[in-house]
Ligand binder design. Sequence first.
Ligand code: XLS
Ligand code: CA
Ligand code: CA
Length: 438
Amino acid sequence: MSESVFWRVDKIRYEGPESDNPLSFRYYDKDRRVLGKRLEDHLRVAVCYWHSFNWTGFDVFGAGTFDRPWFRVSNQLEAAEMKLKAAFEFFEKLGAPFFTFHDRDIAPEGATLKESNANLDRIIDKVEVEMQRTGVRLLWGTANLFSHPRYMGGAATNPDPEIFAYAAGQVRKMLDVTHRLNGENYVLWGGREGYETLLNTDMKREADQLGRFLSLVADYKHKIGFKGTLLIEPKPKEPTKHQYDYDTASVYAFLQRYRLEREYAVNIEANHAILSGHSFQHEVAYAIQNGIFGSIDMNRGDYLLGWDTDQFPNDVQEIALVMYTILKGGGFTTGGMNFDAKLRRQSIDPEDLFHAHIGGMDTLARGLLAAEKMITDGRLDAIVQERYAGWKGELGERILSGKASLADLSDLVLEKGIEPKARSGRQEFIENLLARYV
Ligand code: XLS
Ligand code: CA
Ligand code: CA
């Protein structure tokens, strides 16, 4: 018997929809060609470190429930090395092409920034070896600017500039690390960048501070020659009541205000989209339309709970619509589908981590295959084209090109006695059509 926590599981293989083996893929056939590209290259799946290897299963009411060997080791650096071995064994057995992590997920925080950086360097040497050994790549790196008590009042938006400087130090280091590991993106999630009450908050000043911080990050990225994409991850609430990065539209307005819209794109999380009162597809479509679509944090929420439950996705229709939107937007460039999702705290067996990811990957694959049908069939697109066809005519062209004034349009209607005819939006018909692809 090996001492590995995942010793009972072999490499997960594609066995097709008829397979009864719960530790196999039924749809995720990585080499299958979909619209001229390998399925794996469309989805660009990543496993996240924090939920899968750091979270002990604790919640606000109770202690950790997962018994992983590295939680039992008191020397933090030794624990980090053990966890690293297990994580790469998991990535390899699952066949995930990418992973993601925060600085503090992978190596322990020290007493000073200097000590933390040294801890990180020591572990990153080993990460590099594992990446070379397995071929697993880094989808994105990020700095944890929200767990340590120093950040309780924000990182970039903190009332204390020394905390801003500390956060800058952490991001600088993590950008260096991400660059060194050839990360494809770098994520900034403003966990504590928000506020509880205006009684103690200067909102205008905090926005300017955040704008400054993001400019500094972009400058540094260019200075070191990092070619990956900088991403901002919107989230409407949690941990604070008002989060500055509420949704994609707020982030886009913020970026424009600080002239950063060409430097940053968004990392859209499914669960965060829902919490902001939008559909997941809406958030993705909004980002694509405005040229700031970057990457996806894949998970789902619970419609009965108002918080961020980070569950694994299982709704094929939702994914199909999102994949359809992404494919029509040209697909991922540097982005991918990161499983920012965690087990339920009663799912304590190491095998549960495989079931969760297998189910998630199969759901993504089914969504992709449905989206492929939607695209090749072309009927959904034709319906929308047809609905707006009037705008391709002479009147539509005159309006949009600015050739017709408000008075011209009024005169036209009065003179010609125009009485437009109402047409059905046919939503139920279209929904029935959609059901046939899924
Ligand atoms: C938290 C966020 C976080 C980011 C990375 O809700 O999802 O995990 O993805 O800091
Ligand atoms: Ca996330
Ligand atoms: Ca989340």
